[in-house]
Design a protein around this ligand. Structure first.
Ligand code: PEP
Ligand code: MN
Length: 333
C-alpha cells in the first residue's frame, strides 16, 4: 500500500504519521520526491483502515499495490535508483560499460584485458572467479586465487570490479569486490539472496534462464527486504525454442523493467547471443532500448579462452563497440 502525502506536509507531520503506522506493525518506507512524499507500507496492510488514512489532512491518496514486489516497485519509489560504485554511477541517466573476460585465467591475462578495456573507456572490470559450469569436468574458475588476481587488476587500472558469488560461505572473499554478481543459475537461490540483502554491497542480479520479469523482481525483493537496496538488474537472454543463438535476448525487458521498477537495468549481449559476431549489434540495440549499462565479455585471445571464447570480443572489437554504444547514448539524450 502507498500513501501519497500532500504538498506542504511538514517533516513533523510525516514523522507522526509514520510512527502511527509503525505502531500498527507496518514497515514504512519514505520516498521523498521533488513535489510529493510517498509512504510505502509493507506488512499486513489489512490492519490499516484505508478510509481513515485517506481522510487524514496530510494524505492526498492511498492505493493498494497489486504487484507482489513492493520495495522494487516504481509506485513505491518513483525516482530512478542510482547505484554508486566509487565514482561510477548506474541508473537515473548514468550509464556504465562493464567489460572483461568470462573467467580470470592468469595475472597476465586479466591485466592485459583490464588495461585494454580501461583504455577504450570501460567503467567496470568483470571477471569470473567462481564459475557455474554446466559440466563438473569443465574449468570451474580460479576461485579465491581468481579474486586475488582481479584485485591486482583493480589496483593496476583503478577499475572497480564485479565477480560472481555462488555460495554464501565465500562472502568474506568478496570484501574488496565492488559489485557482487548473482548469476542466472542462482537467481532463485533465496537463501543466497537474503544473505546478500544483509550486506550493503551493490548486487548485479541476472535474470534466470527461464524466469519471468516478475520472478526477477521478486528475487530483487528478497535482497531488498533484508535492507540492501543497491541492486542492478541484468537481462542476459532467456531459453526459447530458438537454438541458433545461445539464448534469446529479451530486449523489451529493458523498457518493461523501467516501467515496473526504479532499479537500473543492464544488458549482457554476450551470454544472450553466444556469438561474438552478434554482440556489437545487440549491444547497440540494448543502448537504444534505454539500458543503464552493458556487460560484455572481452578476452585477449578468444580462441584460447578457458570459458566462453566464442562469445568473447577482442579488445579491438570492444573498442569499437564501446564507441558505437556511446554514440547511440548521445543520440538518445
Ligand atoms: C557470467 O556472467 O559469467 C555468467 C555465468 O552469466 P549467466 O549467469 O548469465 O549465465
Ligand atoms: Mn561467460
Amino acid at each position: 500500500m502507498i500513501a501519497v502525502l500532500k504538498q506542504g506536509t511538514t517533516p513533523q507531520q510525516t514523522q507522526y504519521l509514520v510512527n502511527w503506522l509503525k505502531n500498527m506493525g507496518m514497515d514504512v518506507h519514505i520516498s521523498e520526491g521533488k513535489e510529493v512524499t510517498i509512504l510505502g507500507l509493507i506488512g499486513d496492510t489489512s490492519r490499516v483502515d484505508i478510509e481513515l488514512l485517506n481522510s487524514l489532512e496530510i494524505v492526498s491518496t492511498v492505493k493498494r499495490i497489486s504487484e507482489p514486489f513492493k520495495q522494487a516497485n516504481r509506485k513505491f519509489h518513483p525516482k530512478d535508483t542510482v547505484v554508486e560504485i566509487g565514482n561510477v554511477r548506474i541508473g537515473g541517466g548514468h550509464f556504465a560499460m562493464i567489460a572483461g573476460p568470462c573467467s580470470v585465467e592468469s595475472l597476465e591475462q586479466i591485466i592485459e584485458v583490464a588495461t585494454a578495456v580501461k583504455k577504450s573507456g570501460a567503467d567496470i572490470l568483470r571477471g569470473g572467479a567462481f564459475k557455474p559450469r554446466t559440466s563438473p569436468y569443465a574449468f570451474q574458475g580460479l576461485k579465491d586465487e581468481g579474486i586475488r588476481l582481479l584485485l591486482e587488476a583493480k589496483k593496476a587500472t583503478g577499475l572497480p570490479i564485479i565477480t560472481e558469488i555462488m555460495n554464501i560461505r565465500n562472502l568474506d572473499l568478496f570484501e574488496e569486490v565492488d559489485i557482487i554478481q548473482v548469476g542466472a543459475r542462482n537467481m532463485q537461490n533465496f537463501d543466497l539472496l537474503q544473505e546478500l540483502g544483509k550486506t550493503k554491497k551493490p548486487i548485479l542480479l541476472k535474470r534466470g534462464l527461464a524466469n519471468t520479469l516478475q520472478e526477477l523482481l521478486m528475487s530483487a525483493e528478497y535482497i531488498m527486504s533484508e535492507g540492501n537496496e543497491n541492486i542492478i538488474l541484468c537481462e542476459r537472454g532467456i531459453r526459447t525454442y530458438e537454438t541458433y543463438t545461445r539464448n534469446t535476448l529479451d530486449l523489451s525487458a529493458v523498457p518493461v523493467l523501467h516501467e515496473l521498477t526504479h532499479l537500473p537495468v543492464v544488458v549482457d549481449p554476450s551470454h544472450a547471443t553466444g556469438r561474438a559476431t552478434l554482440v556489437p549489434s545487440m549491444a547497440a540495440a540494448a543502448a537504444a532500448a534505454g539500458a543503464d549499462g552493458i556487460m560484455v565479455e572481452v578476452h585477449n585471445n578468444p580462441a584460447c579462452a578457458l570459458c566462453d571464447g566464442a562469445q568473447s570480443l577482442t579488445p579491438e572489437q570492444f573498442d569499437k563497440v564501446n564507441r558505437h554504444v556511446r554514440q547511440i547514448r548521445e543520440v538518445l539524450l
